[in-house]
Design a protein around this ligand. Structure first.
Ligand code: IDP
Ligand code: MG
Length: 139
């Protein structure tokens, strides 16, 4: 489905190693407009809620532990066809399979620590944006 916004997270590994600026710069150069942004540190239980759809998968526990291990940058990004275009900009989940020049290819250190999250559908983008941002925090 077409959508004019998506939701993204710069994951703890990337924030911790000083990649926030370079990643924001790539997002900016690709033409996405930041319509909400802040830094948060999720509790384990908040990360579990965010990744609820993956509960039961073999990687779930490691993932939520990782995502609550340090601050992340959460944002709402505007662009025509935002969801698909942003997934193209970040590349495949597994950085080994990501296209050259994608954010994950450049900044991921493993499948788990793959630098960024991008919503996979309009419904999830709306839900994820609402999970982190109140009305007065988005423009
Ligand atoms: P996506 O982030 O590309 O949408 P999902 O399948 O939704 O990928 O998985 C959510 C996140 O869970 C991934 O971004 C990655 O951090 C982690 N993950 C997915 N599959 C694996 C795996 O096989 N091993 C370790 N972590 C994984
Ligand atoms: Mg996903």
């Amino acid at each position: 489905m077409q959508s004019d916004f998506t939701f993204s997270i710069i994951k703890p590994n990337a924030v911790r190693t000083g990649k926030t600026g370079p990643i924001l710069s790539m997002i900016n150069e690709a033409g996405f407009e930041i319509s909400a942004i802040k830094m948060v540190k999720m509790t384990l239980s908040q990360a579990e809620t965010f990744y609820e759809v993956h509960r039961g998968r073999p990687f779930f526990e490691g993932l939520v532990e990782f995502m609550s291990s340090g601050p992340v940058v959460v944002m709402i990004l505007r662009h025509e066809n935002a969801i698909d275009d942003f997934r193209k900009l970040i590349g495949a989940t597994d950085p080994a399979k990501a296209e050259p020049g994608t954010i994950r290819k450049i900044f991921a250190v493993s499948v788990q620590m793959n630098a960024v999250h991008g919503s996979d559908s309009f419904e999830n983008a709306a839900k994820e944006a609402d999970y982190f941002f109140s009305g007065i925090e988005r423009f």
